[in-house]
Design a protein around this ligand. Structure first.
Ligand code: NAG
Ligand code: NAG
Ligand code: NAG
Length: 363
């Protein structure tokens, strides 16, 4: 494991690595039922923090060493810089939200340094809307910023892709907003890793609430090496959308939990105590996660364990899907979409690589 390539702004400081390699190496390389590919390699081993697959099976990837959001197409191998957040140092979680027929994404951006952690007072939530072809043009640009980018899915450069950026809200007292997931069209959930809380932001009123802050979301300042409790965050909606399971990892506790949250009222409310889904050494220092389409299993990325683990929600059983160099530094995992993405999951990493993992029908 090559330690020096970890960026200085790494969320998982170097001092944890000797411990991590002790757990990270015993796993065999990729399990036989999976195929893995390195799809993209960013220069300078850039820390890629979060990944979100769009309906076109292109990949939105956020960067920690520079405040950038990129769009990659695994089919063409090309990529575009979507946007940079000036005056910020990192981009954290990415989520899709709003009308299903539109392409609305949102990201968390702010400042983070290795010495001081997340910088309070810097955190903002920005919307990044994709506008394709005919939809581009007479937009009010007084408050929003519109610019055109190259669509990486269109090497012939025939189609236009504009993006419109708008500020959706601020989190003045948050320390490290990290995981990000939409609960409904106007409510975005945020894991505040250092504050040890699950927050929500209503993008209509721009007001926030604390949805959950308990012993499943916190970290212990007396024993933690990292000030990171609740981290990875995903929402799995019930059929009628009136409530949802919110799945989250806790990096300090080596655990995955879920909590049932109302999704229909004016504000999200926890409906029952959180449940432990799985915990233990095989989930050591978990980062972000993905929920399978049927909601029965989770895929959890472990940057220090160089592994993707599958957690069976009902039984709590955990098995390694892929580990080793094939998913080195895995920070986040997102399921492929549409025909092109069928059976694939895409993985961002702390070593500047984006991996594709073919699960052979088990996604
Ligand atoms: C990579 O690092 C080199 C040396 O620090 C720097 O000059 C270059 O601009 C970096 N490239 C990118 C894309 O960040
Ligand atoms: C945040 O980081 C940016 C980029 O490094 C810097 O220009 C800005 O001054 C920082 N702001 C605060 C409040 O630390
Ligand atoms: C939530 O909003 C209130 C009111 O604007 C603000 O004082 C508070 O700092 C916000 N919470 C976070 C975590 O930023």
């Amino acid at each position: 494991m090559h330690l020096p390539t970890l960026p200085s702004l790494s969320l998982l400081p170097l001092l944890l690595l000797p411990h991590a390699s002790a757990h990270g190496t015993p796993h065999p390389s990729p399990a036989p039922q999976t195929t893995t590919k390195t799809l993209f390699t960013f220069p300078n081993s850039t820390w890629l923090e979060n990944i979100h697959v769009t309906p076109h099976n292109t990949l939105l990837v956020s960067v920690i060493e520079t405040p950038e959001l990129h769009l990659l197409d695994p089919a063409t191998g090309s990529r575009s810089l979507v946007t940079t957040f000036q005056g910020k140092s990192v981009v954290m979680g990415i989520t899709e939200y709003g009308d299903e027929n539109e392409e609305n994404y949102a990201v968390l951006t702010g400042n983070y340094s290795q010495a001081g952690g997340g910088v309070q007072g810097t955190w903002e939530v920005w919307g990044v809307k994709f506008l394709r072809d005919a939809h581009i043009r007479p937009y009010d640009t007084d408050h929003d910023q519109v610019q055109e980018i190259q669509d990486p899915s269109d090497p012939s450069k025939k189609r236009r892709l504009a993006i419109r950026k708008s500020l959706l809200g601020t989190l003045p007292t948050a320390k490290l907003p990290n995981g990000f997931a939409a609960l409904n069209e106007h409510t975005l959930l945020i894991s505040e890793s250092t504050g040890g809380k699950l927050l929500s932001l209503d993008i209509r009123s721009k007001s926030n609430t604390t949805v959950l802050a308990d012993d499943t979301t916190v970290w212990d300042p007396k024993t933690a090496t990292l000030p990171i409790g609740i981290n990875g965050l995903k929402v799995f909606k019930s059929r009628d959308s009136s409530s949802a399971w919110v799945y989250y990892t806790n990096t300090f506790l080596d655990a995955v939990y879920r909590v049932r949250v109302s999704a229909a009222g004016p504000q999200p409310k926890v409906q029952a105590k959180p449940q432990l889904v799985a915990k233990g050494e095989i989930l050591d220092t978990p980062d972000d996660l993905a929920v399978s389409v049927d909601g029965k299993s989770l895929l959890v990325a472990r940057p220090l364990g160089n592994a993707i683990e599958r957690v069976h929600v009902e039984t709590g059983k955990v098995e390694t899907v892929v580990s080793g160099a094939a998913v080195e530094g895995a920070t986040s995992v997102s399921l492929g979409r549409g025909e092109k993405g069928k059976g694939w999951v895409y993985v961002s990493s702390s070593v500047g690589k984006v991996f594709g993992v073919k699960l052979n029908g088990k996604a």
